[in-house]
Design a protein around this ligand. Sequence first.
Ligand code: ARG
Ligand code: ZN
Length: 849
Amino acid sequence: MKDASPATPPLEIFLSDYTPPAYLVDTVDLTFKLDPTATRVLSKIAFRPNPDAVDKTFYLHGEQLKLISATIDGKDAQAKVTDLGLTAQAPDAPFIWEAEVEISPSTNTALEGLYMSKGMYCTQCEAEGFRKITYYPDRPDVMGVFTVTIEGSEKVKLSNGNDLGDGKWHDPWPKPAYLFALVAGDLVNLHDTFTTKSGRHVDLNIYVRDGDLHKTAFGMDALKRSMTWDEEVYGREYDLDLFNIVAVDDFNMGAMENKGLNIFNSSAVLASPDTSTDGNFARIETIIAHEYFHNWTGNRITCRDWFQLCLKEGLTVFRDQQFSGDTRGHAVERINDVLQLRARQFREDNGPLAHPVRPESFVEINNFYTATVYEKGAEVIGMLKTLIGDDAYYKGCELYFTRHDGQACTIEDWLKCFEDTTGRDLTQFKLWYQQAGTPRVKVGESYKDGTYTLTFTQSTPATPGQDTKDPRVIPIAVGLLNDAGEEIQATRICEVTDEIHKFRFTGLDAKPVPSINRGFSAPIILERDQSNEERAFLLAHDTDPFNKWESGRALGRDVLVRMVTEDATPDQAYLDALEAVARDDTLAPDFKALCFSGPSNDDIQQALVDAGVTPDPTKIFLASQTFNLSISQSLQDLLPRIYAEMQIDGPYRPVAEDMGKRDWGNAALAMLSRLDGGAQAAKQFATADNMTQQLSALGCLLRAEVGEEQNQAFYDQWKNDRLVMDKWFSMQVMFAKLDAAPKMAKALTEHPDFDMTNPNRFRAVFGALAGNTAGFHSPDGSGYALLADWLIKLDAKNPQTAARMSTAYETWKRYDADRQGMMRDALERIKAAPKLSGDLSEMVTRILN
Ligand code: ARG
Ligand code: ZN
């Protein structure tokens, strides 16, 4: 469908229909007269015709605005207004647009545009929220210089850029409207400073509501470390005298990189030892870095249109992963990133919601802030770096920053920088942006006369709208070991470009043991008949930490799959291999903990699907129980010693070394709890002096179904801390067994502290339900029905979060006919709900197809 008239935008928007904007913006002056139900927004915008425009219609986006007045060069604009925007006769010369609109922040429960959260005003404009603030060409390729005046009695009034005093702000850097931000409220702040490498003095603040100030120190430290890292690794310096972060309780996402005024979900910035887990600290550090890094990858260079979202998100995720690796250790960070990728992105890529890293069309762009755009987008950058090498990668980035500073760009612009610096043709590489689906690579091997040959055969299954795929370029890192466990071929990148591609390794004495896709160098599914002996061998000897872990994981998966399909019991060889890991003093504690984390439910399900078996979540859950119990029993004698050795004296520190010890110690506690009925966990709960220890003990007790008393104590202790209460809500659903999970979720929605309008609280309950696979898929369908009820309720208030959570159903076609039928019913029921939002409607339609 063609965008015939901009006054009636099409439902589905296509990348191929892109046309340049009719008018460009030089400056934007905004005045906000704040009022909870009747905020007035005055805008004065200097437009000029775009010489490159095809369609010359003057069109401004605008939704849910009450237009008070609009003029062009001082004369009534005689605008034609629809629900989505307006058109007017504009001169074919520069002109001034002035308008006044009225909006109601306090009734804005969608949390998009200007809204209120616990008495404070805040904004979320990405992707298309600015059009709910005033009439504007709300597209990222229109960039303007903003000056903002905020009128209101609030103690603190913030916007982008530099503070001119009295609620007046000026941002010298031209930016698209999605980077606009405003905050006003009675806030307090932690202040600090940073001096950039060329000597710019930058004031740093983290603004929070009264009572949260003690949770800001870690975020500030993470911010300063991020600023230093971007200077050292990418040569990127900060470009304003001020950098503000604000914590907001009601927020749809993690955080937002508005120029000079990042707005964070409070869960993504506030941390203290007694209220935050190690996992929270690590996540906060990553998100702070991510939003800060956007200043160059996203803000100084932005996206031409929303199809290019991965240009800023994939690249920025890649950068935050590099930062976290440098900070916390590359081996463990890489394993965690891949765990996430497989759990979320592979699942998406292999189901009805599969889409390319750069989608070709969308109905609602908010539905494309996905694991594919973010995480697979980051993998693609990683592969580019692997293929061209580190030096060429940073040279290409440097060219990108100088060539495109101040521009709104495309993936083509990005890739061209690397073609120009390396002389390499990246046409085939670009398929990673264009083709959806996770490539499968079959591995064949042969050995003859000292030559070992690996044959890779690639294929990618059909995905919605893409029946056939072309072969991609896949960098597969390979190392070889001899049967004494010594590395005889250091890691070499096999650049697979053809459908069938052979690689030879010569001069060998005997058939080697290959270690393939080291470091997970490509986001693919390897298909290889590998014996458990070889897996155990690699678990013991591989020099590549990722594949060492991966081999143990594959062993565990094989055991569990056989337990599900053949009622097997865990084999001794596997238990011995795990014991060897537990006893190996050369391995870091966090690495050991990962080796014991066991295959995820999704891993098992995928393995079953691949083996042609319909996964039964109930059966998998029960098998996992036996699996974990067997492991605990086989390590029985060792566990108390491990547990004791991992205890830390002295105050809590959120550093990798201590976190690793707590991880491994708590893994030991979880195993112990399966044997001692929770006795040790109860002790830990009673004496814990930080949230990591307290919460993991509570988890063990809930799992053992003996934690009632502690659960109540936890509530009493933390009932006034919103972020800890989210954990409390979530834990009870997470650890409820089988159909107790939907029952628990339902009971919690009736708890006085349940608040569906707060996305964190809603996710605490329903995210946990969706994540409790056996519970969500209870054979009576109660999980499906409960979620559907609540998504329909939530959609009326907050379509974005409702749409996002509907992905719980995306694997529905995997299951037996009964479950499929019940999930289809749930989806159909959502689809038929009156006044369903475009967001949720697009999602359920795609999931059902
Ligand atoms: N750009 C933000 C980030 O990745 C995410 C904002 C997404 N917002 C949305 N409404 N989809 O850091
Ligand atoms: Zn981002």
